[in-house]
Structures are given as structure tokens and as C-alpha cells.
Design a protein around this ligand. Structure first.
Ligand SMILES: Nc1ncnc2c1ncn2[C@@H]1O[C@H](COP(=O)(O)OP(=O)(O)OP(=O)(O)O)[C@@H](O)[C@H]1O
Ligand SMILES: O=C(O)c1ccc[n+]([C@@H]2O[C@H](COP(=O)([O-])O)[C@@H](O)[C@H]2O)c1
Length: 212
């Protein structure tokens, strides 16, 4: 599985997942968008439903990629310990692999109940430009070099806000979804429709929700 805020999902996420799936011969990669990413609570994060749908659009064409709602549907802050327990309950016979970029792996010791995390999945850390990949010397953490994709969701949001293109950084359907709902526009936070609110009236809901 690969967890992320996916605000928006971009080709760095997709390449990382594809590379790990090939290297470890995985049957399925489950993308799990966060509900409330508590370590990003100081930032504006788009509504979970938008992030979930962009993840569905981005992964739809790959028969081995699926998207789970477990974190989006669980109330409260998103903790990976809960994600892994939920996925294990749904797939009791599966070997779980948790795919993470070098930056997220470097933060893992600050995650909730980290000591229990290791028994629930095998962790795979992938390279990411600008970040040191460190497996902390653990046998249950594998490290994998993947093609360097100097893309971040932050940069995608900044580009959209400045009117610059994100074509080829994110899948085409995600470019179109961002435009359709006016995500990340400079005026974001006002007059943007939520999912299902585009027609018949532009009802002016708040599309950017704080995570706390
Ligand atoms: N370009 C990339 N290459 C490899 N891994 C990546 C890349 N971008 C993100 N990841 C990994 O994908 C997971 C989810 O990342 P996330 O959704 O926070 O994207 P992000 O681009 O880091 O977002 P933001 O810029 O908003 O912090 C994390 O494990 C992260 O390390
Ligand atoms: O469990 C935690 O305490 C925890 C803290 C921060 C991040 N995570 C997970 O790390 C993954 C990447 O998160 P993020 O915030 O970098 O998009 C995602 O699955 C998060 O739920 C988990």
C-alpha cells in the first residue's frame, strides 16, 4: 500500500508505486489517501473527497492499482497504525508492504505507535530528489532507487495558483479535475464547489478544509 495526502496525486507517486510493485512482484498496490493528515495540520489541505477522487482518476487505468477509503472514512487524525490494522482486517492472508518516499520515512519515528508499526507491514523506502534515503539499519525496511521525479504536490499547487501548467506532472484527468473544481486557484478558500456541487448552482462551498 502507499499512503499519502495526494493533494494532488502526481507522477512521482505513481512511478514509486509502479517500481516497488515490479521489484517485489506485488499483486496489488492500494493507494490510501489520508483523512486528516495531522502532521500537515498547519497547511491548507483539500477536502478528502477531492483527494480521493483524484487518486481514483490517476490510478484507474492500471489493473493492479486500487484506492482504499479506510483513512478518508475514519474520523479523526489519520494514523498509519490504524490504516495497517484496517487493511489487514480486510485482507487477512496478504503480505502487506508499506511504500514510502525518503522524506516520509525520515519522519516515521514521530508517527503514532511506531514500535508496533514494524510488525504490521514490511516497509519499502524509495529515493526522492532532495532527500536522503535512510533505512535506519532495520532489516524490515527495504530501500529502492526509483527514477528521480522532482515533483511535489506543493509545487503542483503553487504552479496552479500562479497560473502555470501542471500538464505531464500529474495525469491528464487530474489536470482536468483540478480545473473543473477550481482547486489550488489563487482565490482558493472561497467560491469553489465541492464534489457534486458544480451543477446546477455554483454554490460557493469552501473547498479547502483545514485538517484540525
Ligand atoms: N517525487 C516523489 N518521488 C518519490 N516519492 C514521493 C514523491 N513525491 C511523494 N512521494 C512519497 O509519496 C508519499 C505521499 O506523499 P504526499 O502525498 O505527501 O506528496 P508530496 O509531494 O510530498 O506532498 P507535499 O508537497 O504536499 O508535502 C510519501 O511517502 C512521499 O515520500
Ligand atoms: O501514523 C502517523 O502518525 C503518521 C504521521 C504522518 C504521516 N503518516 C502517513 O504517512 C503517509 C504519507 O503522509 P504525508 O503526510 O506525507 O502525505 C500517509 O499514509 C500518512 O498517513 C502517518
Amino acid at each position: 500500500m502507499m499512503g499519502g495526502t495526494f493533494d494532488p496525486i502526481h507522477h512521482g507517486h505513481l512511478v514509486a508505486a509502479s517500481e516497488v510493485a515490479a521489484k517485489f512482484d506485488l499483486d496489488e498496490v492500494v493507494f490510501v489517501p489520508t483523512g486528516q493528515p495531522w502532521q500537515k495540520s498547519s497547511k491548507q489541505v483539500s477536502k478528502p473527497e477531492h483527494r480521493y477522487l483524484m487518486t481514483v482518476i490517476a490510478t484507474a487505468s492500471n489493473p493492479r492499482f486500487t484506492v482504499s477509503r479506510v483513512d478518508v472514512d475514519r474520523p479523526g487524525p489519520t494514523y498509519t497504525i490504524d490504516t495497517l490494522r484496517d487493511l489487514r482486517a480486510q485482507r487477512p492472508d496478504a503480505d502487506l508492504f508499506f511504500i514510502t518516499g525518503a522524506d516520509a520515512l525520515a519522519q516515521i519515528l514521530s508517527w503514532k505507535d511506531v514500535d508496533e508499526l514494524w510488525s504490521l507491514a514490511h516497509f519499502v523506502g524509495v529515493t526522492r530528489p532532495g532527500h536522503e534515503l535512510d533505512g535506519m539499519g532495520r532489516e524490515d525496511v527495504s530501500l529502492l532507487e526509483v527514477p528521480a521525479m522532482a515533483i511535489s504536490s506543493t509545487d503542483c499547487r503553487t504552479r496552479v495558483g500562479a497560473g502555470n501548467p501542471v500538464w505531464y506532472l500529474v495525469p491528464d484527468g487530474v489536470v482536468q479535475y483540478i480545473a473543473k473544481y477550481g482547486l489550488y486557484a489563487a482565490h482558493s478558500g472561497t467560491a469553489q464547489p465541492g464534489v457534486g456541487e458544480l451543477a446546477p448552482a455554483l454554490s460557493g462551498s469552501d473547498d479547502q478544509a483545514r485538517t484540525e
